[in-house]
Design a protein around this ligand. Structure first.
Ligand code: ADP
Ligand code: MG
Length: 479
């Protein structure tokens, strides 16, 4: 290195130090303002853990512990942050978050006054890791937050976890091929199957890992038909080392997608590649799916996940609160764990809601607060019924063939049954408008909204209302 280069290096190093000092100063100013506007607990939870890193060209970069904090701050404190930053830096201020547990970056949306939560969640979903393989890079669609390390073992999931771990260590090399994991909602299926992919990548046990949902697989396939490149579609999937497909029950009734999947499955299996599937029911109960495919599922191992016992639920809550950087009194943890019993997503939801209320409304995290939240989570709870079951009930009621509800037919009696079924799907399941649309012959979400509105408008009519009530009772009995 010549002298000039050395001097340049020293200057760059100096500049870096200056930038980080400046970042600390700027952030200190911001914190001052933020502190004046929010409660102590909120400040401690969301803002204290943030570390200023760098300040350059009016852009402040800060390190933030995890996605959850980032999302929470962007949704709830955007206006306040903007105020603080403008005060300290000026109106050209920009903020970049570096997410600590992900090494990904997010740019704060300071130009919008209010960001809707949905908007953020959609962004959240787009965090995908890219891996380079040869000259092409492709997305694994894995979310790195799902690991074996943060998957709590319990009686209900022990076997599934052990099988998953074996597969992650020697993909394609065990007799668990395919590995078929099934169980009810919110019990950790997605977590576990993604953990396999993440583990295999980190430990170099597989090169190409692809996670997808049966829903996305279907949409991509339909898209490839439209574009006339179904061959490319299939050959892309045949090139992976580990293929993970979530919620395979979604393929039921979709003949040509299932057929294509069948061929991909055979080809991967023959090459000794690993296939991992999740489902809401065991293979033998998968009606509407090609028998040939179901028999393939029995080639490997199918294993279920059962709801967690009390100890496991407590362990999960402790782990989650730790990852949010919070200490919650064990009495409260036990209260939540004893009252929310068969869905881990709800357990988490409860914790997040408590956190949110405590920090947003300056409430203390108390047993009373926990009781209030548990009660609201319990009443928010949707019925345990699927879109398909609702379609079936509605078709039986109107005595029409089930495929008519998914068809494009505009015959009045079908149109009405379709609209009513969509209305109930929104009311009784957690399916998004988009998902509902897909189940009704690939209609888009605006059609679903239109249908729901039409039904709601007609509820004024007494006859119509009584029809709706009768169907609703049938749904409630079946859920
Ligand atoms: P499913 O796919 O079965 O509906 P998910 O895998 O999406 O359920 O799990 C719901 C939530 O619960 C996720 O946030 C997941 O991380 C968490 N979760 C599920 N099981 C466990 C576990 N054993 N330990 C820790 N977290 C879990
Ligand atoms: Mg899932």
């Amino acid at each position: 290195m010549n002298k000039i280069e050395i001097a340049k290096n020293i200057l760059t190093e100096n500049q870096k130090i200056l930038n980080s000092e400046k970042a600390r100063e700027v952030w200190k100013d911001c914190l001052q303002i933020i502190k004046e506007h929010i409660g102590g607990l909120a400040f401690k939870t969301w803002f204290e853990p943030i570390i200023p890193i760098d300040f350059i060209n009016n852009t402040l970069s800060v390190k933030i512990p995890n996605d959850f904090s980032w999302e929470y701050i962007e949704v709830h404190y955007n206006t306040l942050l903007k105020k603080a930053l403008f005060h300290s830096i000026g109106e050209k201020a920009k903020l970049i978050y570096i997410i600590d547990d992900k090494s990904s970056e997010k740019i704060s949306n300071l130009s919008d006054e209010v960001i809707s939560k949905r908007n953020i969640s959609e962004k959240h979903l787009k965090i995908r890791k890219k891996i380079e393989i040869g000259d092409s890079d492709y997305e694994t669609y894995l979310n790195e937050k799902f690991t074996f390390d943060n998957f709590i073992k319990g009686d209900g999931n022990q076997l599934a976890r052990a099988a998953a771990f074996a597969v992650a260590n020697t993909p394609g090399g065990t007799s668990f091929n395919p590995l078929f994991i099934y169980g009810g909602v919110g019990l950790g299926k997605t977590h576990l199957i993604q953990a396999i992919g993440n583990y295999a990548i980190v430990n170099n046990n597989a090169k190409r890992v692809l996670y997808t949902t049966a829903e996305r697989f279907t949409m991509e396939y339909v898209d490839s038909i439209k574009k006339g490149n179904t061959n490319e579609f299939s050959s892309f999937y045949r090139k992976v080392d580990i293929l993970i497909i979530d919620d395979i029950q979604f393929l039921a009734g979709k003949e040509s997608t299932t057929d294509t999947f069948f061929h991909i499955f055979n080809s991967l299996h023959q090459l000794g590649k690993q296939i991992i599937l999740s489902c809401d029911k065991p293979p033998k109960s998968l009606s509407g799916l090609d028998e040939r495919l179901i028999s393939r599922f029995h080639w490997g191992l199918s294993v279920d996940i059962q709801p967690p016992d009390l100890e496991t639920r407590i362990a999960i809550l402790l782990k989650k609160s730790e990852s949010f950087g919070l200490e919650i009194n064990t009495q409260i943890i036990e209260y939540i764990a004893s009252n929310i019993t068969n869905n881990i997503r709800e357990l988490e939801g409860c914790l997040i809601k408590i956190l949110a209320l405590a920090s947003l409304e300056g409430k203390e995290i108390s047993l009373e607060l926990a009781k209030e939240v548990v009660k609201s989570v319990a009443t928010d709870k949707k019925f345990n019924i699927t879109v398909e079951q609702i379609q079936k009930i509605v078709c039986q009621f109107f005595e029409i063939p089930e495929d008519m509800i998914r068809s494009k037919t505009k015959k009045q009696e079908y149109v009405q049954a379709r609209q009513i079924a969509m209305y109930f799907c929104k009311k009784f399941t957690n399916a998004s408008l988009k998902t509902i649309g897909l189940h009704f012959g690939g209609r888009d979400h605006s059609t679903v909204i239109h249908s729901i509105n039409s039904v709601e408008e007609m509820l004024n009519n007494e006859n119509f209302l009584s029809t709706i009530n009768t169907i609703q009772r049938k749904i409630e009995i079946n859920s």
